[in-house]
Write a protein that binds this ligand. Structure first.
Ligand code: GDD
Ligand code: MN
Length: 390
């Protein structure tokens, strides 16, 4: 479809722009390609060139979503978008995360079809036209490029990576309505309306945006798959860290029980369990090993446990709001210890009160632990790891 931009009376005074605009033919793109980037300087131009070749027969645009890359990616994006109107980018500052980058990228576009892919050339752009045709045929909402169909492939993955990927897939199949071969794929094409069915319920946790979309959309999406071969990364480094395993479980948990228990609370409680272990170890070492007076040993054990909990929570539970630098960490630690000490007093208070009312020792103890944990979680998420307000 070809349209001319219509100018209203209000535009009259800006003569120069108007002349430029009047001559501009505006062809809205059929496909918006969303590409999250983090330090991909050497891959950006190449992927735009490949998109140009692969999608030569279509109208398209590409939107890069960059989380403040430090390697010069943004300069390349800037130059590219000045020379090619099909290239745009979103620059996010103080933010991280592939899933939320994709979501915000999609929301910044308006074409009927939206593709998502990586920047590192591991995803084969040559299958995009097949995916577009599949959507145009009309009997599905989302087309996933799969590494695990006959004709697809993962190149030279290690045994370990294959095993992990298989476990993740099995877990996904437990919760997914459609048993697709590659629910972990980061390469897919969907209708905008399909994304809109999911967008308000997305967890936006970590890497697995496709799974997030499939699990959030109501009613379920009709999925179709096309095979492709996953290539080795051309240039730059993979950003996958071991933390993605935790993020993956958090996503599944959130999708299954998130409406009842916040997944962050579960991680916080597990870390708390680790803290109990630290407490007991330090207590044993000081009291049994070094013969310290019990109360002194107990005080040091409690401090050690709180310090341990603070740093582990800062790294895992609240990694998205992580405190960095001496003063933020020092004041965060202090606030954390004060709040958890109040939690401990509440814990002991509730447990003793219940015990006095003839509750069994273990029920009274558990109730105390629960109240303490909820208090610690609620107050530290409010005061220690405040949501950044930018
Ligand atoms: N904006 C932004 N923010 N981009 C990011 C971030 C981030 O925090 N982390 C990674 N990226 C970008 C990378 O620059 C790259 O373009 C893309 O996201 C994927 O990152 P990789 O580090 O290359 O991930 P991968 O290859 O291990 O995994 C990808 O491919 C798998 C197979 O399709 C992901 O897409 C997985 O979800 C997918 O399973
Ligand atoms: Mn990659």
């Amino acid at each position: 479809m070809t349209d001319f931009i219509e100018l209203s009376e209000a535009d009259r005074p800006v003569r120069k722009e108007r002349r430029i605009l009047t001559g501009t033919v505006f062809e809205p793109p059929l496909v918006s390609v969303i590409i999250p980037t983090l330090n991909e300087r050497d891959n950006v131009r190449e992927i735009v060139a490949r998109l140009g070749k692969a999608l030569a027969g279509e109208t398209w645009e590409v939107v890069f979503v960059d989380d403040d890359s430090a390697d010069g990616t943004l300069d390349v994006l800037h130059d590219l978008s000045r020379s090619d109107p099909r290239v745009r980018f979103l620059h996010r500052i103080g933010r991280r995360g592939l899933a939320s980058a994709v979501t915000e990228g999609v929301l910044s576009t308006s074409s009927p079809f939206v593709a998502v892919m990586d920047c590192d050339l591991q995803h084969d752009v040559a299958v995009l036209p097949t995916m577009v045709r599949r959507l145009q045929e009309g009997d599905c909402d989302i087309v996933v490029a799969s590494r695990f169909m006959t004709d697809g492939g993962v190149g030279d993955w290690s045994k370990n990576r294959l095993f992990l990927s298989n476990v993740a897939k099995r877990l996904a199949h437990l919760v997914l309505a459609s048993k697709i071969t590659d629910p972990m794929s980061g390469f897919f094409l969907m209708r905008r309306h399909a994304f809109n069915l999911a967008v308000r319920d997305l967890s936006n946790q970590g890497y697995k945006i496709l799974l997030d979309i499939l699990l959030s959309a109501k009613p379920s999406l009709r999925v179709s798959e096309v095979p492709y071969t996953f290539r080795a990364r051309a240039r730059g480094e993979s950003k996958v860290e071991p933390i993605v395993v935790l993020e993956y479980f958090t996503l599944l948990f959130d999708k299954l029980f998130g409406h009842v228990i916040p997944p962050r609370f579960v991680v916080f409680s597990l870390v708390g369990g680790g803290g109990v272990l630290v407490h007991m170890l330090v207590l044993a070492a000081l009291n049994r090993g070094f013969g310290a007076v019990f109360v002194t040993a107990e005080i040091f054990a409690a401090i050690a446990a709180m310090v341990f909990n603070f740093f582990v929570n800062n790294l895992l539970t609240y990694r998205d709001r992580r405190l960095v630098g001496f003063w933020p960490v020092a004041s965060g630690l202090l606030i954390f210890c004060v709040l958890c000490s109040i939690g401990a007093v509440a814990n002991v208070g509730i447990a003793s009160a219940l015990f006095r009312r003839d509750y069994s020792w273990w029920l009274a103890g558990l109730a105390g632990v629960f109240v303490g944990a909820v208090w610690n979680y609620a107050t530290t998420s409010l005061f220690t790891w405040r949501r950044a307000n930018r």
